[in-house]
Design a protein around this ligand. Structure first.
Ligand code: DUC
Ligand code: ZN
Length: 459
């Protein structure tokens, strides 16, 4: 047994000083005072915050993009996650056109065999729509890949007719999907225009200029209207901008259930980074949708505070600077994505809670409880209460540290937030009762198990 004593137990409904007893893989008891029984290991959490393990519902490990593959696979990616307080990830299994959903999911189970240092699950990505795919949805739910993902851009995109049919079918099955919302026609036209100009073609800044906030907002609006017709709750993943948020607000005013996710990069970085020289300094921030304006950051923080954004995930999708250099002559060839697994919780604490933008309780809600509910893992995950998995993060709010690629566990050779001082440091991370990470290092690897997720809870 392990007894975590004198910590502040955090929940969305309030925080209180209490002791927490772990027996085996589960939380046995939480009480004002618990005395250690014989043989019980006592962890002194005086002055520290005790959170339910964080859930990252948006990762891309071992993903092939733009002729290359992410540098982090499940082994390194989940180590970075565990060190950063994440005890469960949900990655995106993809059935490419011509593959069955089962084949897509099988392929991602194979990738996870690299070894996982936190628990893991899968969303199932749908890249084409036909009777066969429709018929396989119940089996995906049965296998625990109970929520889905669709794209309105990239070569994985499906058109509006298919999106409507997906939403109608998922409604019948009691589940939902996340969607990458960007207007591909608008983006394709702008990319062609910029690429025709030999100077612009080499400029990293062309990346964000060809993916404007309007392209995201239009797609979010269209997605919400399709969901209105299907009468289906939906999830917008990686919301970046106020214009997009306005579309979600409009849908909610119509009485729709729309859940929104954002990511730390959209909260603390802005599009001026794409103007940096030389190429290596700017290309590292290329991701889609792109970083936006400072005013968007403020809108997103406020939306988290006000409950308009329900989850904060990483969209961890890492490429080395050498891989980014594939687009040195043509911005369209820069693989999109950046690492963020290890810093998500600490960034939210330091930039959010410590700076007074959001409460401790809200941080817990968007990192733990809300993703657990929305993605069918609650109350096994996402909450500290008797009977739940003993997935626990102990954070020392008085300890600061500096972000550096030299010490992070991602295989990526840069950290987007290199040099940033974060106030608050994760001390210890427990995965189902086992201490798996301490002081930014994984101390017990490959303990992750597959989470067979249930149907979403709509709140
Ligand atoms: N955006 C990225 O930047 N990378 C991978 C997938 C995505 O949507
Ligand atoms: Zn993504």
């Amino acid at each position: 047994m392990i007894l975590i004593k004198n910590g502040t137990i955090v929940s969305p409904r309030g925080s209180r000083k209490a002791d927490l007893l772990i027996e085996g893989e589960k939380i046995k008891r939480i009480d004002e005072r618990i005395d250690p029984s014989e043989g019980c290991r006592v962890v002194d959490a005086s002055g520290k915050l005790v959170f339910p393990g964080f859930i990252d519902a948006h990762t891309h490990f071992d993903l092939h993009v733009a002729g290359t593959v992410t540098v982090d696979d499940f082994a390194s990616g989940t180590k970075a996650e565990a060190a950063g307080g994440t005890t469960t990830i949900v990655d995106f299994a993809t059935a490419y056109p011509g593959e069955t959903l089962n084949e897509g999911l099988d392929n991602w189970f194979e990738k996870a065999k690299a070894g996982c240092s936190c628990d893991y699950g899968f969303h199932q990505t749908i890249t084409e729509w036909n009777d066969t795919v429709s018929g396989q949805i119940p089996e995906m739910i049965e296998r625990g890949a109970s929520t889905f993902k669709i794209y309105m851009t990239y070569d994985t995109q499906i058109d509006d007719a298919a999106i409507l049919k997906v939403l109608q079918r998922l409604k019948e099955c009691g589940t939902t999907t996340g969607c990458h919302c960007e207007n591909s026609g608008m983006i394709d036209a702008l990319r062609e225009e910029y690429a025709a100009d030999s100077v612009k073609r080499r400029a990293v800044s062309s990346h964000y200029l060809t993916r404007p906030a309007a392209a995201e907002a239009e797609a979010i609006g269209r997605y919400c209207h399709l969901a209105q017709v299907a009468d289906e709750p939906v999830i917008d993943v990686h919301l970046t901008c106020e214009e997009g948020l306005e579309e979600i607000r409009a849908a909610r005013r119509r009485g729709q259930k729309v859940y929104a996710e954002t990511c730390p990069q959209y909260l603390v970085m802005d599009d001026s980074l794409y103007e940096r020289e030389p190429f290596e300094e700017a290309s590292r921030y290329v991701c889609a949708p792109p970083l936006r304006k400072k005013s968007d950051q403020e809108a997103l923080w406020n939306a988290i505070r006000d409950g308009e954004i329900q989850t904060v995930s990483t969209d961890h999708c890492s490429f080395t600077l050498k891989q980014k250099a594939l687009g040195r002559e043509d911005f369209r060839k820069i693989p999109g994505g950046m690492p963020g697994a290890q810093t998500r919780g600490e960034v939210l604490f330091s930039e959010g809670v410590a700076k007074g933008r959001i409460s401790l309780e809200k941080m817990c809600e968007v990192l733990s409880e809300n993703p657990a509910r929305l993605y069918g893992m609650f109350p096994k995950k996402g909450i500290l209460e008797a009977g739940s998995d003993a997935d626990i993060v102990i954070l020392d709010p008085s300890k600061s540290h500096t972000v550096s690629a030299k010490t992070h566990l991602s295989r990526c050779d840069y950290a987007p937030l290199e040099g940033m001082v974060l106030n608050g440091t994760i001390d210890e991370v427990y995965l189902r009762g086992t201490l798996v990470a301490r002081d930014g290092q994984v101390v017990c690897e490959n303990q992750g198990q597959y989470v067979r997720r249930g149907l979403p809870e709509y709140f």
